[in-house]
Design a protein around this ligand. Structure first.
Ligand code: FAD
Ligand code: MLT
Ligand code: ZN
Length: 502
């Protein structure tokens, strides 16, 4: 019910049959095939975790899930699916927030969880080559003894896979420092829709021979092929890290605070994250970390969590303390108060306050998540405008929309606008869409800063991309996936009905 994919784009696809299962049994061991079809005949409850997304918003009806161990197995499965025109959904940790990782109908799910081996790690260059199904946190743990860290970090680290991260071009909490995956991914191994293996698993930092094909698959959300291996540059672990939570009397102080923070901390600033008051209160209410005492949050309209990472503790602390003194001593202080973490435990607790907002939101209700890029100065206006719009529609009450909140990666101009409802209803969705997309377009913003299009926003790409750009994307999709079997209903390029109607 919560998808906008056109049925016509899926009509040509075939469903999995017992004959297909018999063929898959020649490729995979029996325990890598989960199916409700005979002869496996599992109860459909066994496939629930593969058919439902993290938010409980998108629900598929796959009869069959395959869990390959090698790229060669993926290749053989894809060749069969290509010949038979079976729709395929690549699935990583299933933590995506736009309904991209579960089927729209009964497509075949290829879950990458069994491809979980590190292939190599170069302790000098920091180049890590791993199977796509490796969990992000396991890779962090693998390289930690070598004093390296992954260039990305996100709240879903314990479940999301590096292949899923690459497929969504996940941003997260370290993007301010280490940039996007378009910069840190060195190479990819991808199985194309017809089963061909594209071995582009380079560990070179520089390589200007022809088109940089790997970039096409970064952020393609499984619409062009299945990523089976990832080569990624991992930076050396910083020698010292600190974090601080700051309480601000008003949102208008965020921009000047960001400016002054950058001036003072320059190269050691590694994160600058924003949490509005309601998001903070929800994180505390649902047991996500500890921050300020009740007295300290009084009068705070919003909060900023900033992190420093550098080479020398004394140097970094001196810079941080000078910043805090400057902030507190100003004639009109930009902050009410700030707490600097004093121990690794407190450091983790402060981070938990920010990372835990997503989980707190899901405990509070059903979230409509809009992940947008808009000018930093407009963050609050956007949240307030949407709240007032819902109020005017009579939808802002306990039984409909409970909260409208904003949090996100200020340092990257990325706001997470969440509308937390008692339940997902067509009425709330109709009030939000296309209202939110039009609002974002009015700021020349992006309707998806980091989570992707998925089933949620495939139809809305026109709000952020020109006709020419969408047309070129469609040609690329048709070239690589001429039979339209890859993740149907997700990153698809339907005619621009929105503009046609204007
Ligand atoms: P899945 O959810 O399984 O899949 C996501 C998409 O990628 C789907 O379209 C799927 O088809 C495709 N895909 C997955 N694996 C492959 C593969 N091997 N080959 C080809 N396609 C594939 N995102 C951010 O950007 N920043 C954040 O800070 C952030 N924080 C999050 C915090 C929480 C608590 C949660 C639940 C999610 C968060 N996300 C965030 C969403 C984010 O997209 C995912 O967490 C993560 O990148 C997806 O990885 P996954 O392995 O779970 O992929
Ligand atoms: C985050 O920044 O916390 C993530 O992108 C997840 C979310 O938007 O809730
Ligand atoms: Zn985010």
């Amino acid at each position: 019910a919560h998808t906008s994919a056109s049925a016509s784009t899926r009509k040509h696809l075939n469903t999995v049959t017992p004959d297909d299962l018999a063929h898959f049994a020649k490729i995979l061991p029996q325990n890598a095939i989960l199916s409700t079809l005979a002869p496996s005949s599992l109860p459909s409850s066994e496939l629930e975790s593969y058919n439902n997304d993290w938010m409980g918003k998108y629900h598929g009806r796959a009869t069959t899930v395959l869990r390959p161990h090698t790229a060669e197995q993926v290749s053989k499965i894809m060749k069969w699916c290509y010949d038979r025109r079976i729709g395929v959904v690549p699935q990583g940790g299933n933590t995506g927030l736009v309904g991209g990782s579960v089927p729209i109908r009964d497509e075949l799910v290829i879950n990458m969880g069994n491809m979980n081996k590190v292939r190599s790690f170069d302790t000098v260059s920091g180049a890590l080559v791993a199977d796509a199904g490796c969990i992000l946190e396991s890779l962090s743990e693998y390289i930690a003894p070598h004093n390296h860290i992954m260039p990305l970090d996100l709240g879903a680290k314990g479940s999301c896979q590096i292949g899923g991260n690459v497929a969504t071009n996940a941003g997260g909490l370290r993007l301010l420092r280490y940039g996007s995956l378009h910069g840190s991914v060195l190479g990819l191994e991808v199985v194309l829709p017809d089963g061909t293996i594209l071995d582009n698993l380079s560990t070179l930092r520089k390589d200007n021979t022809g088109y940089d094909l790997k970039q096409l698959f970064i952020g393609a959300e499984g619409s062009l092929g299945i990523i089976t291996g990832v080569s990624i540059s991992t930076p050396p672990a910083p020698q010292a890290t600190n974090n601080v939570i700051l309480a601000l009397p008003k949102f208008d102080n965020v921009l000047p605070l960001f400016k002054i923070t950058r001036q003072h901390l320059s190269e050691i600033l590694s994160a600058f994250e924003f949490i509005d008051r309601t998001a903070y209160d929800l994180a505390v209410k649902h047991g996500q970390g500890k921050g300020l005492s009740d007295g300290e949050v009084d009068g705070a309209e919003c909060f900023v969590l900033l992190e420093t990472s550098g080479g020398k503790r004394e140097h970094d602390e001196e810079k941080l303390n000078t910043l805090l003194e400057t902030l507190m001593d100003a004639d009109e202080p930009l902050i009410n108060t700030g707490v600097v973490s004093q121990s690794p435990t407190q450091f983790a607790q402060l981070w938990r306050l920010r990372e835990g907002v997503t989980e707190a939101v899901s405990k509070e209700g059903k979230a409509y998540k809009y992940d947008i890029s808009v000018p930093l100065a407009s963050f609050k206006d956007v949240v307030d405008t949407v709240r007032e719009h819902l109020r005017a529609q009579g939808l802002l009450h306990e039984n409909a929309v409970k909260h409208v909140i904003g949090y996100g990666h200020v340092g990257d101009g990325n706001l997470h606008l969440n509308i937390i409802a008692a339940a997902y209803t067509p009425e709330i969705e109709a009030a939000l869409e296309p209202f939110v997309y039009e609002l974002v377009a009015s700021y020349n913003g992006s309707i998806s800063a980091e989570h992707g299009l998925g089933a949620m926003k495939a139809h809305a790409i026109h709000y952020s991309k020109s006709e020419v750009a969408v047309d070129l994307m469609k040609k690329i999709k048709d070239l690589l996936d001429p039979r339209g079997i890859m993740n149907p209903g997700k990153v698809e390029f339907t005619p621009n009905l929105i503009l046609a109607l204007c």
